[in-house]
Design a protein around this ligand. Structure first.
Ligand SMILES: NC(=O)c1ccc[n+]([C@@H]2O[C@H](COP(=O)([O-])OP(=O)(O)OC[C@H]3O[C@@H](n4cnc5c(N)ncnc54)[C@H](OP(=O)(O)O)[C@@H]3O)[C@@H](O)[C@H]2O)c1
Length: 338
């Protein structure tokens, strides 16, 4: 693998910090690392740790991309939309985590376990999908290949750190307040207190009453799996968990799929670990799936409500949304570029 100059846009955030760790762990061939963030980080004299060195954070501005071969995007939509085209203009290929480019027709939207083949069609920007979508599709895809997916019904249980560093810090603060018997007060970036609560809203509502996060599962899922007619019904809930998203998924198929065959398929599927031992109460949980890269799947069972009883499977899965749902997935895509 030839060495590359790698810039991280948003290197001081939750995803950016995880990207640094993933690049190190996976021994990505980095010649020079350029960590970029806002003026706030530059003014504060921030550095990031990479391979035992402290690297000063530089201001994210167009000139900062000169000489970059690969840019890993870990900033908000507006910053990505403003700056990543500047990086492409200067010859870099960008793998972006924001929502800004995901549904643009000439931008591949990639989960490597599903559609790595789409990477080759890029025009400078490759998008990393929504975190809950990645975690759901890693186990759904091999089942689709066996039986032909027609419909997904999904409920997500999404961790506070899905709202970035501010979300992570806010949940930790609220837990301390609750434990001390103090008022929680203002709870930004969440709409309501999250500690001791669940919030059934992530993003804004559309005219049908679905949130933007819920529509990502449908729209991004259709694009990634090349299933433009796929029927998806999703409910997304923010839960007082620090890290790792969980999902309850019912998947309907064209052809019969037994629970035994589904389990067999998942046991050999890339990116999946089956943890499914009801008799000993073993199933995936966010505390166990945090800080590792696999999507854990359990509670695999027949859908009792399916009309024919043979072509619909229900399961539960958990995965670290900062790793597989963002940083690891982006670095995996970047590995195809070197
Ligand atoms: N958190 C997750 O689980 C997750 C999962 C999948 C995808 N994503 C997506 O990944 C992206 C990053 O999320 P995050 O959770 O890491 O957010 P975060 O913790 O809030 O970090 C945001 C990063 O963007 C930088 N930034 C903000 N405004 C900027 C500006 N004007 N110019 C340059 N840099 C700026 C911040 O720099 P400063 O420190 O200088 O402000 C920080 O490095 C978002 O698009 C998010 O939707 C997040």
């Amino acid at each position: 693998m030839s060495e590359k100059n790698v810039a991280i846009l948003g290197a001081t955030g939750v995803v950016g910090q995880q990207m640094l760790q993933c690049l190190e762990e996976r021994d990505f061939p980095v010649r020079e690392l350029v960590p970029l963030a806002s003026q706030r980080s530059v003014d504060a004299g921030r550095t990031v740790s990479f391979r035992g060195e402290e690297v000063p954070v530089r201001l994210a501005e167009p000139a900062a991309f000169e000489g970059a071969d690969i840019v890993l995007g870990a900033a908000d939509d507006a910053t990505a939309r403003e700056l990543l085209p500047e990086a492409v203009r200067r010859g870099a290929v960008c793998v972006d985590n924001s929502h800004a480019f995901r549904l643009e027709p000439d931008v591949p939207l990639v989960v490597p376990e599903v559609n790595a083949g789409d990477i080759a069609g890029h025009h400078g920007i490759i998008a990393n999908p929504n975190c809950a979508t990645i975690i759901g599709l890693v186990p759904v895809w091999p089942l689709h290949q066996a039986a032909g997916l027609t419909r997904l019904i999904v409920s997500t249980y999404q961790a506070a750190s899905g709202a970035g560093l501010p979300g992570l810090l806010e949940l930790e603060r609220e837990i301390r307040c609750v434990a001390a018997g103090e008022e929680v007060g203002e709870s930004a970036p969440f709409q309501y207190q999250l500690a001791e609560n669940l919030i059934p809203q992530i993003g804004g509502f559309n005219e049908e009453g679905y949130t933007s996060e819920e529509m990502k599962m449908q729209n991004e899922g259709r694009k990634i799996m090349h299933l433009p007619e796929l029927r998806v019904n999703c409910t997304c809930v923010r839960v007082p968990v620090v890290r790792s998203h969980s999902e309850s998924i019912t998947a309907e198929f064209e052809r019969p799929l037994s629970v035994e065959r589904a389990r067999e398929i998942l046991e050999s599927a890339p990116g999946v670990r089956v943890v499914d031992e009801p008799s000993s109460s073993r199933y995936p949980m966010p505390l166990e799936t945090s800080d590792q890269d696999l999507v854990w799947v359990g509670r695999i069972r027949r859908d009792l409500s399916a009309p024919d009883g043979t072509s619909s499977i229900t399961f539960w899965c958990c995965g670290d949304q900062i790793r597989k749902g963002a940083a690891t997935n982006a670095v995996q895509i970047a590995e195809y570029l070197v």
